[in-house]
Write a protein that binds this ligand. Structure first.
Ligand code: S3P
Length: 170
């Protein structure tokens, strides 16, 4: 099986859907943010504070490059990972990119209380998040092989949708 790569904005459910999907498919699950945190023994927020966003993005690219040497995996990618075309190139070599799509209001509702997302830790988090989302929305659509609408669905329904679409596109 090609890798199934979950992409989408913060709060789109990439990690929780990825874990359930990997369980259903009896395959391995990797989360790029988690790998980076484990390697540096720091949280994403600490990494942004201590080392800066560019350092984080370079590390993210390195992890993606390494992961795509393997197949049969579910990979959840940080929300900004597809902004570098090299990353998209690596991920597409042996992966199907699945965009977990939801309206901004739904996404923001899920992330507004989060303390783990440095990009929206500003004085006006909603405004910041909305601008990021508007700037990225087309990029997610553009690189995705498959788009799954997640707004009104349970985790199990989203997983079922992905399994069905991925199987039929094999
Ligand atoms: C980011 C999303 C985060 C994390 C980092 C940057 C982004 O991951 O990689 O805070 O640029 O959208 P999640 O999408 O898992 O929240």
């Amino acid at each position: 099986m090609k890798n199934i790569v979950l992409i989408g904005f913060m709060g789109s459910g990439k990690t929780v859907v990825g874990e359930h999907l990997a369980n259903t498919l009896k395959t391995r699950f990797f989360d790029t943010d988690k790998i980076i945190e484990e390697r540096l023994n720091q949280s994403i927020t600490e990494i942004f504070e201590d080392k800066g966003e560019t350092f984080f993005r370079d590390m993210e690219s390195q992890v993606i490059d390494e992961l795509t040497a393997y197949d049969n995996m579910v990979i959840s990618c940080g929300g900004g990972s597809i902004l570098r075309s090299d990353n998209v190139g690596y991920l597409k070599q042996n992966g199907t990119l699945v965009y977990l799509k939801a309206p901004f209001t739904v996404l923001y509702d899920r992330i507004k209380a989060s303390k783990t997302r440095p990009l929206i830790a500003t004085k006006q988090p909603e405004e910041t998040a909305r601008k990021l989302w508007e700037a990225r929305e087309k990029a997610y659509e553009g690189v995705a092989d498959i788009t799954v609408d997640t707004a009104q669905k349970s985790i199990d329904e989203i997983v079922d949708d992905i399994v069905e679409v991925v199987k039929s596109s094999d």
